[in-house]
Design a protein around this ligand. Sequence first.
Ligand code: PEP
Ligand code: MG
Length: 582
Amino acid sequence: MKKGIPISPGIAVARAFRWEHALGQHSPHLIDSTALSGELVRFDHACVAVGLELDRTIERVQSEVSNEAAEIFRAHRSMLRDPNLVGKVHSIILRRQIDVTSALGEALAEYEALFGQLKDEYLRERISDIRDVVGRLMSQIAMEDTQLKLQSTEPIILVAPEILPSQAVMFDRFQIQGIVTETGGSTGHAAILARALGIPAVSGIPDIWKEVHQGDLIAMDGREGHVHINPGPEVESAYRKLQREYVHQRDRMVENRDLPAVSQDGHAIELLSNVNGVPDALVSQSVGASGVGLYRTEYLFLTHPTVPTESEQYENYRQIIEQAPNRRVIIRTLDLGGDKQVPYLGTHREANPFMGWRSVRLLSAYPDFFQTQLRAILRAGQAGDVGLLFPMISTVEEIHRLRRLVDRTRMELTRGNVPFQGKLAIGVMIEVPAAALCIDQMLDEVDFVSIGSNDLTQYVMAADRDNPKVAHLCEPFHPPVFRLLRSVIRTCNERGKPVTLCGEMAGRPRCVLPLLGMGLRRFSMSPAFVPTIKALIRKIDLKDCIPIAEQVTRLRRADEVRAYLSERLRAICPNIAMLDTL
Ligand code: PEP
Ligand code: MG
């Protein structure tokens, strides 16, 4: 048995599907000389497809960002016809007799070595453009391969070096029964998507991709992070039994969908859902959420080949609002960067992407881009009860700048006689420690706040949420995380400003107990967890959570906090304890 990091709860037993084309991890395949022309054709096809995609990008960026920004993509477009690049890839395929993706990787490595020697910094930096184009070609080839290979409808467990959010968002939950990866942390966006889809997942198992063969039988438990490759009949049947019990327990929770989320001692708790697209908004209704507490709009951009226009965005936001429970939605503005990249904003690879140029920090470079999104949100806001949420806020100045942009957008819409929602509540996410420490000052500027505990944890602990090597640090059981949360929740409650927690902690029963004890009354989580958290709320007395909150801030070690919360949860609700990741 291999032990990895528990990422998404649930049990799966199915055949392994080795996914070879997770970006950047690829060992060269030797190609039979008679099939080499096929690899050349694959490369040429990919150049045509990427060229068309770039044409669309240039058009959109030209009209919605600036001519200067569009220039970048014109240069990328011309690289696809550059005889040097094309000739190099062709010659590597033929000379080394390897597949097109490996040839692209080798061509890139040659350019990197060459550019690395250049003295002129400007010219040296141009390597990032080559990387960008090669990355697009690799993604195109990977996408075609994936579509081809995932055409089989048999249930599978995906085994891959890593999974990107833009890939996970396309997964079919019925076909993909489980995911096992070498890298990726439990609050990375691929993990969040796996949980939202209800797919059990384990990460942090080095070399699993090399060890597993296509079609091996895999039995896995996403709650504990256990993975067996080709287990014997006893282990297989034990896992199948566990799976039946797990599914039975989880499905029973949905029976409470129409019951109120009220504790034994009569306190009403608001359970909202985090959604990444229209289907999630629909599911939120069927699981009994009372609204959407977080719409991550970046998925619209990640799954769109080019910049979505204002009318495409408007249409999408309107659909989300119409499908959401009670038509209540908090729409978060674009939160790109970190592990979520789109090619057209030039968010190039950075040494520290999570600390870098991400999210609202892109505003000064792309004000028109943000304004287009605001126009679409303000217009769609007429369809329901909508709040506007800004992510990754570090300073009060950022809020001032964003509010000015909202005011300007309102004025423009008024001037153009375009109908829009004038009274949209404005909130910010508390996910940077600077904002959490100055919560009193932040509250002066906004109508509500939402705590992004995924990012807050990674920044408080200085541990990348996507790196399994520091996963033991990037988890909420560390007392400093709970201490900071307690102070934010307390200040918001004292000031009477609505506070929600929308990170992954909101869907984990072990974390919900102390958060309730700290006075939190609004939780927003993946729809998959709403029934379980509702069952928990209906089972407990809120006053019993107060000593739990006190204890987690008094203990000194994360393992003590985890053991203590596990023991409390088992004592209060043993059937719910079995549904949570450890
Ligand atoms: C968070 O950081 O907790 C959050 C909800 O935002 P995201 O996971 O999309 O970064
Ligand atoms: Mg965040």
